[in-house]
Ligand binder design. Structure first.
Ligand code: CA
Length: 233
């Protein structure tokens, strides 16, 4: 896998150093920006493949950076937030961020998120998800054109909502989808009731999809945030 160019947006010098040192020792190329306006400028001039974005910036809200960059770029954005910024993190995901890291994070976590994002990038580049009418992930196969899904040789018997959920997750494989994003896509609205129903549908979908409840292979829960389909190797 070619190492992508990463834009690091972080105003705190110690966190920025931790990130750039990690990137350097792992042969990633990077450019840095200490605030939002520089970030937008660097994103325009360097066209980075991945953006690591701190949400608490001195000159503007990180969500604003996402909205601006999203108007011309699909580059995956991983937001970095403090625990106190949980709501900001959800707004950031709804604004088009792909994933998040919560401070304080370890070097291993950072590298793991980058690997997930690179896999997603590889899929986006190959247009395997958008161009193909069949999605394959490990033993899971979703036939969008046929409107059915299989686990190995066995057809999954899904209700219409479970199938819609599976399609939405698989079309966004690798990306964290918020409860709001999912409920708006499934029901066209997002009420508290819908989030509660979503949990129920997700539980029944997983029962059919996951080999064991204890160690889910395909769908990851992000407590208080949403769900992500994992790209199985
Ligand atoms: Ca900050």
């Amino acid at each position: 896998m070619n190492k992508p160019l990463i834009l690091v947006v972080e105003d705190d010098p110690s966190v920025r150093n931790l990130i750039t040192t990690t990137l350097k020792t792992n042969d990633y190329r990077y450019v840095v920006a200490p605030n939002g306006s520089t970030a937008i400028m660097e994103a325009t001039s360097h066209n980075p493949e991945i953006i690591l974005l701190d949400l608490g910036l001195p000159d503007m809200d990180g969500v604003q950076v996402i909205q601006t960059v999203r108007s011309w770029s699909n580059a995956p954005i991983i937001v970095i937030s403090a625990r106190s910024e949980d709501n900001d993190k959800i707004h950031a995901l709804d604004a088009g961020a792909d994933d998040y890291l919560t401070k304080p994070f370890s070097v291993e976590e950072l590298l793991a998120r980058l690997r997930v994002t690179q896999r997603r990038l590889a899929l986006m580049t190959a247009e395997m998800v958008t161009a193909s009418s069949v999605f394959v992930n490990g033993k899971l196969k979703v036939d969008y054109a046929g409107g059915c899904a299989y686990l190995g040789e066995d057809e999954l018997h899904l209700t219409p909502i479970e199938y819609k959920l599976l399609c939405l997750l698989s079309k966004n494989v690798g990306k964290v989808l918020t409860h709001t994003f999912i409920t708006q896509n499934i029901w066209g609205r997002s009420w508290d009731n819908d989030v509660a129903s979503l949990r129920v549908f997700m539980a029944t979908l997983r029962k059919k999809l996951e080999p064991t409840e204890e160690s889910p292979q395909y769908i990851q829960t992000h407590i208080g945030v949403g769900y992500r389909m994992i790209k199985v190797n």
